[in-house]
Unconditional design. Structure first.
Length: 128
């Protein structure tokens, strides 16, 4: 029997949507996330859907992003945006809180947080 993927451990589409939706709600709500929020369009529905599709495949679920947009090329797709320490920290603030609110299983929470921290570090394209 195959081990459960992170996507399955997260309760599949429902759990992943809850995480992504809360992440973007926090980005809208938290004044300390204003810098990273300003990198997004006024309507973040499209951004939320792209993150959901990317994370679906990244976490072992359906490869929704790749089938629609091709290889994610995350860093290349984000190069037009200034992502320095502030944006990195603000993005992680929202993701850490979203994880804390939506993922109660500690091992899964810690594993996902580790992935997100590495990804946020990789996305930085500005040196301070």
């Amino acid at each position: 029997m195959e081990p459960e993927t992170l996507y399955q451990q997260l309760n599949g589409e429902d759990g992943l949507r809850a995480l992504v939706n809360r992440f973007y709600q926090l980005m809208d709500e938290l004044p300390e996330a204003k810098g990273v929020r300003n990198l997004h369009p006024p309507d973040i529905t499209g951004s939320a859907e792209k993150l959901f599709k990317f994370l679906s495949g990244f976490l072992g679920g359906p490869q929704l992003y790749t089938s629609e947009y091709g290889h994610p090329r995350l860093r290349a797709r984000h190069l037009p945006f200034k992502i320095g320490k502030q944006e990195h920290d603000e993005w992680l603030l929202c993701m850490e809180q979203a994880l804390s609110e939506t993922v109660s299983e500690q091992t899964l929470h810690d594993t996902l947080l580790s992935y997100f921290r590495r990804t946020a570090d990789h996305m930085r394209n500005q040196s301070e």
